[in-house]
Design a protein around this ligand. Sequence first.
Ligand code: BEZ
Length: 210
Amino acid sequence: MSIRIGDTAPDFEAETTEGTIKFHDWLGDGWGVLFSHPKDFTPVCTTELGMVAALKGEFDRRNCKVMGLSVDGISDHEAWARDIAETQGHAPNFPLIGDKDRIVADLYDMIHPEADDTMTVRSVFIVGPDKKIKLTLTYPASTGRNFAEILRVIDSLQLTAKHKVATPANWENGQDVIIVPAVTNEEAKAKYPDGWDEQKPYLRVVKQPK
Ligand code: BEZ
């Protein structure tokens, strides 16, 4: 069963490089990213895990925990971490699930039935404080992910969870946003007394709320 935006993130207990973790307890009241990579000791995955480790402070700043997964065991993850530190300058500083029995991979539908069933695909799930899935992404094995984009989506999700706005194409934190169509002009006047740029009745652009 595929997982969709709005579903409750399936809970699980798993062995990780940081001990046994119960997913929902570990998430607590904050945000979370769960991402899978095909296999340990592979080149693209090595760069991805190094990059996520380098960006850990950015995830922390957003109150967002990060957890990786592959279908290799913990001892492989630990040996590989030394290679990641050596080649990328950052060892993984977040838990990596050793999902040898593919329990979490199956729960999150991370193994494509028509692909190589010994590897997980490059999946990303963003989970909100309400434990609901806010984003799903699947990348091909040959394409490393852009984790700056994942951070950008978290910024958008956190902003739009607080304010009745949406973020336009290529938006970056601090740039103008869009008043959602469900907000009437009367309501918008109360919220944005300095006004907005009405490019069309359905396209109202306003400064990002604080
Ligand atoms: C990689 O991470 O480099 C990789 C993994 C599986 C297939 C191709 C590349």
